[in-house]
Design a protein. Sequence first.
Length: 580
Amino acid sequence: MAQFADGTTDQANASFRPRSFGIDRSTLIQYALYAFTIVLVLGPISPIIYQSFVDRPLYDTGQQYTLDNYVRLLSSPVFLEAIWNTLVFALLSTLIGTSIGVIAAILIGRTNMPGRRFLSGLLLWPIFISHLVMAFGWFIVYGPAGYITLMIKSVLGVEPWNLYSLGGMSLIAGVSIAPLTFLYCSASTALSEATLEDAARTCGSGPFRTLWAVTLPLLLPAIFYSIILNFTGALEMLAIPLVFGEPAGINLFATLLYTQGFAAARPDYGIVSTAALFLIIVIFLLLTLQRRMLRNSRRFVTVGGKASRPRTVELGLFRWPAFLLLFAYAVIFIGVPLGILFLRASVSVLTPLAPFWHYFTSRHIVAAFSYESNIRAIVNTLVIAALGAAIGTFFVAMITVVVHRSQFRFHRSFEYVALLPRAIPGLVASMGFFYAMVIIPPMGWLRSTIWILMLAYIMRFIPLAFGALSPSLMQIGKELDSSARVIGADWWRTTRTIVLPLMKPAMFSSFALIFVFCLKEYTTAVFLFTPGNEVLGASLLLYWANGNMGMVAMLSTVQIILTMFFIYGARSLFGVKFGG
């Protein structure tokens, strides 16, 4: 008679099969997870769809169905201009971000360039930092009144660049999204078959010809995947267009939703909901296209059952120029904008016309920790990140097990539901949860609490955790499940005692990812935060709107420091690797 770790035998376990209305507990758990996930994911979308077809806000009575919102939206010159600007911005950002990511991945992953590990860590930092913080850093350094802008202008007599343009915004966005391409392409370069490059060199090809003709084509699946992710990320990006586009009168889709739905004195919820639904449909179609494009990715496979040791391409005299090029990029486009935030937080005035060390002050740090709302924002952010990451990781781990390791009849549709939040921008999710609280009375108590924010964050990051947990689960042999089932364990007992414990390393990674993304999230909180449930991202937006750059720099510094400490702790204590 087999005995489990908790002392129970297979006979005792077999006799304990809780049933309700003829359904065993495993089936009940699976259906409960499925139903809750559907409500969590589709619940915020449903009010948006409904609002787009009625003539007045959801909190009013007597709504009548109408298509007027669609007519007004599609005939609005502001909307048409925003579509064009968003398309140009997304295309330019994707081109810049993908080019930077591919070049960096090839140089670091497939060449003998020095300092590759050091540069890899630097290039990944925009993933950990909020786009809002990056935008503030660029504004302080390279904006019209930025430190370096004024320094160069004083020498040349003309403004060297203009970030208040589609091109300027695209450059900042491209730098912010480049690490995604770098991550995906780095993973592919590590699996590239080195003998193909050796064959090219044997035929007389130089290092750059080999990289262009052999290495780059093998990265096409990763490049296609990252292009769609970068493009969809640019479509829903709010911070950079808000900081650099809105003051110049350049309307983009995300800023239109923000200004018309949140910042407006009398929001037009019909137009905003219709525009939000339009954005969801576009992103969903792009993600569907992504899946179809990669359906035949087997034709790019070069690594089979025979082990191969990857070799690097010799750059010769170009080794150090390549290193200096990437290092200069990391310093100028990432290091300086983030570093200047620390400096701006510690001085009362920052200008190249006077030595900054004459203006050192502790005013901003004292003010940051003197205001109760700032302390609440920091504490709320940490609580939401910690609890949200823990609850979200366990919740998504259960989803992953149901999808991949159960006989649940709806397991295929369950996977699509779990991945659907990828098509829901944070701003739209925030709006959807706000509407849900308005029209569903039982959810009213969540208003003005951090729990509604935590719920919205968890929904947003289900695909992130699912992507982190699924590969680990696929590596766990199914014979372990079968052995447990043979001796009488049901699905839930097998999951609880065998599968989930073996998934602990991946669950730690999932926890770390969700924690970092919760720390830097701000768009999901736009419609949901109120006095009492502030978070760092929302507070940064408010201080920016009030023109308090000292406090913006101080809270941005706090966010960066919290992120740095967490990443170091996760690496040291749990061995979590953040892409590098």
